[in-house]
Design a protein around this ligand. Structure first.
Ligand code: PMP
Length: 461
């Protein structure tokens, strides 16, 4: 067969893609009709497609390219590591230098006594590890009945059977027999849509107390762990009211339940600090990390666990692991990525320089007639589309239609924003400049104008 290149005609690339490639989270026949957008190169915050368009990537890929595209240092480290030791496993009492260094660096960066690292290849796998780890922890502590896990509706923790069950996405649960038993979901702290007449603070407390109610309903000696994202990402960048996390921390402390903070999106500078747990001031027993750990240059995830959890897990043979747990190339690239984030001051600059400007500019979108609210922490933000700002109303027709229309306008204007139902999301590379932020906002505004016109034409508002 002919191997296509980035210079091949778009139609040919699309046809071969449609013939053989099954895309994640995609309606295949719809895509085949339309043809995939083919990305060929990237630099900084900019993508290039096979038609030669330059596209501003306000999503950092899938919330992951924190250092931006095109960092030669990472390519160099990967090439060197591939020559020195392309693969060796970390099973059977062996180790290698990249895994050793990366585990130690993560222990140094992670807050509190999160000093031990179990490697995976993705966020989903790391959360599967967590699921088994917390149950094994309690079993080894002599409380095997403590095997129930509480999570949240509209939380996202991955799409494998375990992590998809931890997540609270009904579309995922509907396919493949999920959730698996022993996982329970409580409502999310999404004030804008679900807060009714409560103040955000009242609502935050009420939603946190659902955790206590669920613990008491299940039996306080039955619950192993609570898992949540410090700020929900894939659920729509839902920033919890200020009262939520302190109350959650009080409850997990009171009942001695392990807290798993899923930092797959929030980690590595996304919220302005190294970890969302620091921004939200919580003390997890386990953190899930992936994405920004390598800025997406290599697939890698990890569970970072406390001294106390490791002390118990370390007492048994944990029958768990992936061929590529601690893959040397992925670890070497992640370590170099952490060096760039730190030594180039990318995380510090994101917090002190980028986030304040982005916040001011992003919040100006609330002046647009279609925008009901803007929420942003660090470099993750979202706007709610609404036909009526005052009542926080939803559009006529299906939820998500307005968001989809708006996302399509963004694409047409060479801006990648994502929609979750009728919220529009941004999560740009941490290295985005003020000028690029201005471009982002101008393109978002234009796309909102066009979406507004379409929604009116279609009678959806
Ligand atoms: N947890 C969170 C919070 C995520 O956002 C994601 C991915 N979007 C995952 C877990 C799953 O990670 P992966 O896609 O690498 O399996």
């Amino acid at each position: 067969m002919t191997i296509l290149t980035i210079n091949s005609p778009t139609a040919e690339l699309q046809a071969l893609d449609a013939a053989h490639h099954i895309h994640p989270f995609t309606h295949a026949s719809g895509l085949k009709e339309k043809g995939a957008r083919i990305i060929t190169r990237a630099e900084g915050c900019w993508l290039q497609d096979s038609e030669g368009n330059r596209i501003l990537d306000a999503m950092a890929g899938l919330w992951c390219v924190n250092v931006g595209y095109g960092r030669d240092e990472l390519a160099g480290v990967a090439a060197r590591q591939m020559r020195d030791l392309p693969f060796y496993n970390t099973f059977f009492q062996t180790s290698h230098v990249p895994a050793i260094n990366l585990a130690a660096r993560l222990a140094e960066l992670a807050p509190g006594d999160l000093n031990h690292v179990f490697f995976a290849n993705s966020g989903s796998e790391a959360n599967d590890t967590n699921l088994r780890m917390v149950r094994t922890y309690w079993a080894e502590k002599g409380e095997p009945q403590r095997d129930q896990i509480i999570a949240r509706w509209n939380g996202y923790h991955g799409s494998s059977v375990g992590s998809g069950s931890l997540g609270g996405m009904k579309g995922i649960h509907a396919q493949g027999g999920m959730p698996i038993p022993g996982i329970h979901h409580i409502d999310q702290p999404y004030w804008y849509l679900e807060g009714g007449d409560m103040t955000p603070e009242e609502f935050g407390l009420a939603r946190a107390r659902l955790l206590e109610e669920k613990i008491l309903e299940l039996g306080q000696d039955k619950v192993a762990a609570f898992i949540a994202e410090p700020i929900q990402g894939a659920g729509g960048v839902i920033v919890p009211p200020s009262t939520y996390w302190p109350e959650i921390q009080r409850i997990v402390d009171k009942y001695g339940i392990l807290l798993i903070a899923d930092e797959v999106i929030c980690g590595f500078g996304r919220t302005g600090e190294w970890f969302g747990s620091q921004t939200m001031d919580i003390r997890p027993d386990i953190m899930t990390v992936a994405k920004g750990l390598s800025s997406g240059y290599q697939p890698i995830g990890a569970s970072i666990v406390s001294d106390a959890v490791e002390a118990v897990i370390g007492g048994v043979e944990f029958n768990h692991g992936y061929t590529y747990s601690g893959h040397p190339v992925a670890c070497a690239v992640a370590l170099e990525n952490l060096r760039l984030l730190d030594e180039e001051g990318i995380v510090a600059r994101a917090r002190d320089h980028v986030a304040p400007y982005l916040k001011e500019r992003f919040e100006s979108l609330t002046d647009h007639p279609l925008v009901g609210e803007a929420t942003i922490v660090g470099l993750m933000g979202s706007i709610a589309l609404t036909p009526d700002k005052a009542s926080r109303a939803q559009f006529a027709g299906e939820a998500g239609q307005a968001g989809y229309i708006c996302r399509e306008r963004c694409f047409a204007n060479n801006l990648i924003m994502r929609h979750v139902n009728d919220r529009m999301i941004i999560s740009p590379p941490l290295v985005i400049s003020h000028e690029e932020i201005d471009t982002l906002i101008a393109r978002a505004w234009k796309s909102l104008d066009e979406a507004h016109a379409t929604l009116q034409e279609q009678g959806l508002m």
